[in-house]
Design a binder for this molecule. Structure first.
Ligand code: IPM
Ligand code: MG
Length: 361
């Protein structure tokens, strides 16, 4: 099979974690005789430096042409005070929108060998296995009007949270469909006691649920969900929620997995003419500039994202399964980066990538 993949390393640790993810992709292509063709592009702060914009047109073209895109991370402290439009993060929001990847799948698993990496008690996190399905191209991240205005000596900031029925329906169907292949339970998270947006969200999710009678649906308010994630994480199978709630809850999920460096994600939506999902694969973590270029960032979130790419964009279940099992084997071997608090000397980013390749065989 031809695998035409665009790689957008981005900023900070993005370059080093995607290097290892690409190493693993190369190993998979070699072992299963796929024809891997890689292209590299600019996104985020590095793109601002080289082209003046965080999402250059060239990157948009490359992403449209590729079968799938692998992203590292975006964000650099030097842009902290820049307006939203001129920040590296704008590049990420723009590529998500341009590709129309409306569903962001963020699996959260507590691996048996890593229970001690979590600050929570082992018996609480043990067995955690959920996917947070985060709506990704709507809500307050994209709503207008937005901006900061000055008027009569007062300064006012506005953001707008908006959802249409169509936007809620399509991401809900994705969540229910995923649930059918798992433990058949969707927990929809909203703030319907306060927000009209959430009232529509809940109404539409209830309607969509009727198309999936084999899947159980329950609802949690987002503040309660934040608490239940820590108190009783095993109760969750699929967590379905809007863009900003999903952003926040998935970082909380990282505490269950032991480190934010562990979490992969698949952003999918729409189909290519060939029938495969349009996909952008991005670890959940940020660019961590404080540890960049030190060969110590955890590449497993990026490597897991390659597994997701093999599964969703290329339909290669066997290869995807091999990547997941290799990650599990490397974790069990104790060859892990410092964020997972290994008992011995921590492994480097590169060593973890090499170990995953070796485990794939
Ligand atoms: C994430 C990140 C991004 C988001 C930032 C970098 C724009 O936090 O993917 O979770 O908020 O979506
Ligand atoms: Mg986030």
């Amino acid at each position: 099979m031809d695998l035409n993949v665009l790689v957008l390393p981005g900023d900070g640790i993005g370059a080093e974690v995607t290097r290892e993810a690409v190493r693993v992709l190369g190993r998979v292509a070699e072992k299963w005789h796929h024809n891997l063709k890689l292209t590299e592009g600019l996104l985020g702060g590095v793109a601002i430096h080289r082209t003046g914009t965080p999402f250059p047109e060239e990157t948009a073209r490359l992403a449209a042409e590729a079968d799938a895109t692998l992203m590292g991370a975006v964000g650099l402290p030097e842009f902290d005070n820049a307006p939203p439009e001129k920040r590296p993060e704008k590049g990420l929001l723009a590529i998500r929108q341009a590709l129309g990847v409306y569903a962001n799948l963020r699996p959260v698993r507590a691996y048996a060998s890593q229970l001690d990496s979590s600050p929570l008690k082992n018996h609480l996190v043990e067995g955690t296995d959920m996917i947070i399905v985060r709506e990704l191209t709507g809500g307050i991240y994209y709503g207008t009007p937005r901006g900061i205005t000055e008027n009569g000596g007062e300064t006012r900031a506005v953001n707008t949270m908006t959802y249409t029925r169509t936007e809620i329906e399509r991401v809900s169907r994705m969540a229910f469909h995923l649930a059918q292949g798992r433990r058949k339970k969707v927990t929809s998270v909203d703030k319907s006691n306060v927000l009209e947006n959430s009232q529509l969200w809940r109404r539409v999710v209830v309607e969509v649920a009727k198309e999936y009678p084999d899947v159980a649906l329950d609802h949690l308010l987002v503040d309660n969900c934040a608490m239940q994630l820590i108190l009783n994480p095993r109760r969750f199978d699929i967590v379905l929620t809007e863009n900003m709630f999903g952003d926040i809850l998935s970082d909380e999920g990282a505490v269950l997995a032991g480190s934010i460096g562990m979490l992969p994600s698949a952003s999918i939506g729409g189909r290519k003419p060939s029938g495969v999902w349009v996909g952008l694969y991005e670890p959940v973590h940020g660019s961590a500039p404080d540890i960049a270029r030190q060969n110590k960032a955890n590449p497993l979130g990026a490597i897991g994202s390659v597994g997701a790419m093999l599964q969703y964009s290329f339909g290669l279940k066997e290869e995807a399964g091999a990547v997941d099992r290799a990650i599990e084997a490397v974790l069990a071997s104790g060859k892990v980066t410092a964020d997972l608090r290994p008992s011995g000397a921590p492994a480097t980013t590169e060593q973890v990538g090499q170990a995953v390749c070796a485990a794939i065989g």
